[in-house]
Design a protein around this ligand. Sequence first.
Ligand SMILES: Cc1cc2nc3c(=O)[nH]c(=O)nc-3n(C[C@H](O)[C@H](O)[C@H](O)COP(=O)(O)OP(=O)(O)OC[C@H]3O[C@@H](n4cnc5c(N)ncnc54)[C@H](O)[C@@H]3O)c2cc1C
Length: 502
Amino acid sequence: MKETHFDIIIVGSGVGGLSTLRYITESEIFKSKNVKIALISKSDLNITNTDWAQGGIAAVKSIQDNFEKHIEDTIIAGAHENDAYVVRKVIASGPSIMNDLIRWKIHLDKIDDEFDLVKEGGHSEARIWHWKDQTGHALQNCLLNDLNNQPEIKIFEHICIVQCQKDKEDVFHIQSISTKNEDLSEFTAPILILATGGIGCLYEKTTNQYISTCDGIAIANQLGATIQDFSYVQFHPTGLYHEGQVSFLISEALRGAGAELKNKYMESFMSGYDKRGSLAPRDVVSRAILAEMQKTSEPFVFLDTTLIPEDYFHTHFPFIIAHCKKKLNIDPSQNPIPVAPVQHYSCGGIKVDEHGETNIPGLFAVGEVACTGLHGANRLASNSLLEAVVFGKFISEKITKNYSYPTNKPKPFIFDAMKLKNLNRTKIQALMSKYASVVRSNEGMRMCLKELLEMQSSSTISESVNLEVVENNNLLQAAIILIKDAINKPSNKGTHYNVDLA
Ligand SMILES: Cc1cc2nc3c(=O)[nH]c(=O)nc-3n(C[C@H](O)[C@H](O)[C@H](O)COP(=O)(O)OP(=O)(O)OC[C@H]3O[C@@H](n4cnc5c(N)ncnc54)[C@H](O)[C@@H]3O)c2cc1C
């Protein structure tokens, strides 16, 4: 019979889920007590935002850098809304988690036997560890290594968790569907770790993978977990603009390497908005680009990549060069590229404590779905991969220290009936893109909430449970949480910018 009861269930196979898994499997308790773990992902294991991360992982190494500088950069980017204790704890863990990744054989670029650290927007020092412009791919591969050789870990691909309830014995009961044939199945465990990633599909234009549909947020919300600062949505200033579409990310590292933002007259404009110029934090740059787009009536601005020394460009950014050639038929080392802001990262999410646990005992969240307090109102570039690995370690430490294994299979459980609605994803995305984007207004946000609530109450009940229906319901639930949070923000901080509070 198929095994369905586990000691630990991890939902998500990106950096959050996999690094937590790796740290747990290295623990003494895992080795000695036959701890059973399920790893669930709703697509192939490597279809993650992690796999698409370009720039790198921020961690202090060089002698001119120090923790205080990284802490200060993080807090400035986060508009002082960060949890200072968490910021210090995460940043101080940077060197040790880089050692772990190196021990796990991650590929990282080196020059003359020294790691090649680069600078990105908002960082005062070169502290970004990277592998060309595909660091996420290197990280994903390193964390997936050897996974199949561990009999205590059961891997479930193409399984989407749909709903979760906790019984009287504090066991989580999870209902899921196969994304291949829509078969329903059930999993149980006393410990549930949500590592379900970003929220990009809430918007029309995003850098995120198609799996980013807010499922973890909806499940945590239904369980009664606190969702914090969900309206702090980071828009990346430089998505590649192509035939009205923006989705492919042009990494900040290009601006770190000398590329400059220019308007259609090829005039540099960033210094008029912020003294840090093209390397100002992402929210500042995104708003400046939008203002410039409005002034010039163009749907994009240019990133002048010809300013990057050609050799450096080719060795550090081969993936971006290849993509620009394929999509636009231009060589960005010779021509500036059109860019526009695009939804990129969720700074808020499921609130967790310094061990990665939510207010629901046994429920943990890690990676982009979690709100740890590190990012505050805006994430500093390359701090998210760092945060996910560090919190993977913290969660593992908490779980392996305080819990007893193995656990008994729970009694049969009857789930509440699912009341999924027939919803129009395009409409949710249009509303969010119009009213909950880089620049917001009181009237727009209120209108958006009214329409979302109207959609929730007037839509018909779905006859079937399939992936599309489940995801759309999660998106609507998340959209409502986000817009309510945005309406309640008393002032403009970081990524939240309401013209009526300016
Ligand atoms: C293009 C791009 C470039 C980036 N560059 C950088 C960078 O250079 N540096 C940096 O620090 N950050 C970067 N980021 C951000 C960073 O990559 C992400 O925040 C991080 O990888 C998220 O990891 P995660 O483990 O939380 O989620 P993901 O890696 O997205 O993984 C989510 C997992 O959850 C699973 N899942 C979701 N819902 C369900 C469900 N209902 N049931 C089962 N499984 C589910 C998915 O199948 C997937 O396995 C970038 C992001 C993007 C999109």
